[in-house]
Ligand binder design. Structure first.
Ligand code: PLP
Length: 390
């Protein structure tokens, strides 16, 4: 394990810094009165059941509700194919703990989710990144890499992918691409770990079908989370997979934390059952779309033309910006101290390459005013850093 250089750098962030650095959802729209009512109801109504130790396998009522929730997206799993976890971060930990031996290969998009890379590295996996294009993971490249690795005798444990509104790029896979991925997985008998925090609140009309809904062979382990659709502080996520895999994950989980907090599970169950989650999803979808549009507008208004390019996400929380010729690690100090704006340098999102020209910007947490002002400041930092006229 290593301390994150980014966290160290972000200590420079003072109160007057506009931050695009975090991965925080906007909680200003939370229906707090409804949450408070539900929390009170759960304690009064489920009482000791909600406060007692529970089964590692999770609360049955929640699992039945999750089975219905996922069915809307074409995922048909029974409650015993679901395991509630402490955020989807724990699902990553469990998958790594159960499946990865030192030197095993994990294939990911390049760039990919930082927190997943951290877990895979703890278990000493050899993480190999696969290129992406506008339709997501390049499955042709994936197949070439798989062939080469098989010839070398490498053990490939799984493909980790975020098909919809990927973190950090915001790119979504087309349906054709998803089908191609499933064909390659089937052809080479590979397991797929699908991380899907964002398909529930996309803003544009894109294909949000999960890989799990295309999986007839039980090779997709699906994970999602309430962090973005209820609140991250509830620390609740879930895995849906073949019952045998669920049994192994539950066994590993027992040794880590016995079970996911019962209180959180009952609260999530009630919020789902009463349609509160559904209504909240509708609300944040609108709020986030407006913020995404504001950031895209600010980028095209302020950034110097020709050197700066960016993705146009259909959902999620991030825009991925590439500054030709810049070292975004190096530029961060200037951005923070002189221009009072923060971002996450892109290098840490690359599993196996040193790429320094990217940065990840979060558009969900800052206000609209902060988005415009922050992007304006960032554009000045870029110009100064690249010695361009301002
Ligand atoms: C936000 C996010 C999560 C959520 O993690 P939790 O532990 O459930 O809070 C998982 N994966 C990705 C790619 C994310 O962006």
């Amino acid at each position: 394990m290593t301390a994150s250089e980014i966290r160290e750098l972000l200590k420079w962030a003072t109160a007057d810094v506009i931050s695009f650095g975090g991965g925080l959802p906007d909680l200003t729209q939370l229906p707090l009165d409804e949450y408070a009512e539900v929390a009170g109801y759960v304690i009064k109504n489920y009482g000791l059941k909600a406060l007692q130790y529970g089964k590692t396998e999770g609360v049955d009522e929640l699992k039945a509700e999750l089975s219905r929730f996922m069915a809307r997206d074409g995922i048909n799993v029974k409650p015993d194919e679901i395991l509630p976890t402490v955020g989807s971060q724990e699902a990553l930990e469990l998958m790594a703990r159960v499946f990865i031996d030192p030197g095993d290969v994990i294939l990911t998009e390049k760039p990919t989710y930082l927190a997943a890379l951290q877990v895979f590295r703890v278990y000493r996996a050899r993480v190999i990144g696969i290129d992406m294009d506008g339709e997501g993971l390049r499955v042709d490249r994936l197949e070439e890499v798989v062939k080469r690795l098989k010839a070398e005798g490498a053990r490939i444990k799984f493909i980790y992918t975020i098909p919809v509104c990927q973190n950090p790029t915001g790119i979504s896979m087309s349906l054709d691409r998803k089908k191609a991925l499933m064909e390659v997985a089937s052809k080479y008998d590979l397991m797929v770990l699908e991380d899907n925090p964002y398909s529930y609140f996309t803003f544009d009309n894109i294909d949000t079908r999960p890989l799990k809904s295309l999986d007839s062979e039980g090779r997709v382990v699906y994970m999602s989370t309430f962090s973005k659709i209820i609140a991250p502080g509830i620390r609740l996520g879930w895995v849906a997979a073949d019952p045998e895999i669920i049994r192994w994950l539950a066994l590993a989980k027992q040794a880590i934390d016995l079970h996911t907090p019962t209180l959180s599970q009952y609260i999530a169950y009630e919020l789902l059952r009463r349609g509160i989650v559904e209504r909240y999803i509708g609300r944040i979808r609108e709020v986030y779309r407006v913020k995404r549009d504001a950031m895209l507008d600010a980028l095209s208004r302020y950034m110097p033309q020709g050197v700066v390019s960016w993705t146009r996400p259909s959902g999620g929380m991030f825009i991925w910006v590439t500054v030709k010729g810049a070292d975004t690690d190096d530029m961060l100090k200037l951005a923070l101290t002189k221009y009072k704006v923060a971002y996450v340098p892109g290098r840490a999102f690359y599993p196996d390459e040193d790429v320094h020209s990217d940065m990840r910007l979060n558009f969900t947490y800052p206000s609209i005013d902060q988005i415009y002002e922050g992007v304006r400041r960032l554009s000045m930092a870029v110009r100064e850093y690249l010695h361009m006229p301002s």
